[in-house]
Design a protein around this ligand. Structure first.
Ligand code: AP5
Length: 189
């Protein structure tokens, strides 16, 4: 099983690179942000709860996210592996992911950290907000998301270094160049 955690700040290119990885390695993709946006679009109870947090740039509570993750993961049959995009975002989520995979005889193969300077993140997200109208891509909410990233999510870098799963990737450059760097790391596994 090839289980990849794709990691990085908002706008670092997790979704962009996940699409390419899925195509090349034939693994499944779980984007927790996409799962939540689909729930919001469908007007479900979960969607209503999630919207309150997302619009404020805050994280959805761990217990809720961990349940969602496990149920999407178990919906894949005959999977060659999964790319986890947007999960884990807290130490509690990383521990839960490790436990969930261990219970299924699996582990995280690698954590790929897309490292992008903050000024570039802001430029990308403001542009995407203008193009797509994504509700949380406005300057005020982006600042909150970046703050949450630094305080709650970035500590996972040391957590995965400790697990010896950490792979740094320069997330600045062409999408193809970054993808090539990721493939080089994955192919070494
Ligand atoms: P989520 O959807 O995961 O948002 P995010 O982490 O803020 O990430 P983005 O989707 O904004 O960016 P990305 O890194 O995927 O970059 P992308 O490829 O799109 O989560 C949204 C919200 O849901 C969270 O704030 C939270 O509330 C909630 N949530 C989700 N998961 C959760 C969890 N586990 N726990 C709790 N809450 C959770 O690229 C961005 C832009 O840049 C695009 O326009 C793209 O075209 C462009 N771009 C990409 N690569 C390049 C490049 N190399 N050069 C130039 N432009 C580029």
């Amino acid at each position: 099983m090839l289980n990849i955690v794709i990691f990085g700040a908002p706008g670092s290119g997790k979704g962009t690179q996940s699409e390419r990885i899925v195509e090349k390695y034939g693994i499944n993709h779980i984007s927790t942000g996409d799962v939540l946006r689909a729930e919001i679009k469908n007007g479900t109870e979960l969607g209503k709860t999630a919207k309150g947090y997302i619009d404020q740039g805050q994280l959805i509570p761990d217990e809720l996210m961990i349940d969602i993750l496990a149920s999407v993961f178990d919906s894949f049959k005959d999977s060659k592996g999964v790319i986890f995009d947007g999960f884990p975002r807290t130490i509690a989520q990383a521990e839960a992911l490790k436990k969930m995979l261990a219970e299924r005889g699996q582990d995280v193969s690698v954590m790929v950290d897309l490292d992008v300077p903050e000024e570039e993140l802001m430029v990308r997200l403001i542009k995407r907000g203008k193009d797509s109208g994504r509700a949380d891509d406005n300057e005020e909410t982006i600042k909150k998301r970046l703050h949450v990233y630094h305080s709650q999510t970035a500590p996972l870098i040391d957590w995965y270094k400790n697990e010896e799963k950490y792979q740094h990737i320069n997330g600045l450059g062409t999408m193809e160049g970054i993808f090539a760097e990721i493939c080089e790391a994955v192919d070494k596994l």
